[in-house]
Design a protein around this ligand. Structure first.
Ligand code: NAP
Length: 253
């Protein structure tokens, strides 16, 4: 897909990886519809996109809320006249051990609340946004592209039962949707980042971060623009569908 003048929706576009994706795609002439929960951060991204020479609009919506997602995508289609791309990037973590015991006594369990919060945003949110984007692409006769942001953690990572379940889910939903939607000319794929320099990793303990870097073959965290580059590649390569790009510096967890 040639990105010039295409309309791409990015969830969680207010900061971090979503913001960097917006800037990279804007530099290629794409127009951005940015969904997030924080108006201030969205305003900053919109201004940066304008500096990069393109246009963006912001939309406040919770990706886990069906009614909000439906009305937001309808609004985007109305504002821009089309939807060509979606990056399902919004995500949260609520890390904790599945179960923790000391001297044979259980002292901690992952709460249902933390399980559900992550599943709601990282899995259900992706399902809802992709469904609405695909519906608008089909009705608008657009040969669109949908990208789910998964994670290296999808293979299983200690302390992330909820997150790994969701990230494995979004990677596999991309494969299913690629098979189902190819008949409409829609491509679907996923990107599984390793550990990237963002607020999400800034929240990790320094010792944990140092330990992670020591086992990454590239010996450093990834940069947000290196993930945005993978997104741009999928958007532009018309034969890429149903696969996951692993952009993780060679790390296996
Ligand atoms: P981030 O800095 O925390 O940004 C995520 C954005 O999503 C925030 O702006 C957040 O808004 C928004 N968001 C959260 N819940 C939302 C909801 N229910 N509805 C709408 N927007 C919502 O995260 P990031 O590091 O850029 O990560 C982006 C994606 O990459 C996530 O899916 C993450 O799991 C994945 N990933 C990241 C890394 C990494 O190392 N950073 C590695 C692998 C995968 P608020 O802040 O206002 O809540």
């Amino acid at each position: 897909m040639e990105l010039k003048d295409k309309v791409v929706v990015i969830t969680g576009g207010g900061q971090g990886l979503g913001r960097q994706m917006a800037l990279r795609l804007a530099a290629k002439g794409a127009k951005l519809a940015l969904i997030d929960l924080n108006q201030e951060k969205l305003d900053e991204t919109v201004a940066l996109v304008a500096e990069a020479g393109s246009e963006a609009r912001s939309y406040i919506a919770n990706v886990a809320d069906e009614a909000q997602v439906e009305s937001t995508f309808a609004q985007i289609a109305d504002n821009f006249g089309r939807i060509d791309g979606l990056v399902n990037n919004a995500g949260i973590t609520r890390d904790g051990l599945f179960i923790k015991a000391k001297e044979g006594k259980v002292v901690q369990k992952m709460s249902l609340e933390h399980w559900q919060q992550v599943i709601d945003v990282n899995l259900t949110g992706v399902f809802l946004c992709a469904r609405e984007a695909a519906a608008h692409m089909i009705e608008g006769n657009t040969q669109g592209v949908i990208i789910n942001i998964s994670s290296i953690s999808r293979s299983g990572n200690m302390g992330q039962t909820n997150y790994t379940a969701a990230k494995a889910g979004v990677a596999n939903m991309a494969v299913t949707w690629a098979k189902e939607l190819s008949r409409y000319g829609i491509r679907v794929a996923a990107v599984a980042p390793g550990f990237i320099e963002t607020d999400m990793t800034a929240g990790m303990k320094p010792e944990a971060l140092e330990k992670v870097c020591s086992v990454i073959p590239m010996k450093r965290l990834g940069l947000p623009d290196e993930i945005a580059h993978s997104v741009e590649y999928i958007m532009e390569n018309d034969y890429f569908t149903g696969r996951v790009i692993e952009c993780d510096g060679g790390l296996r967890i």
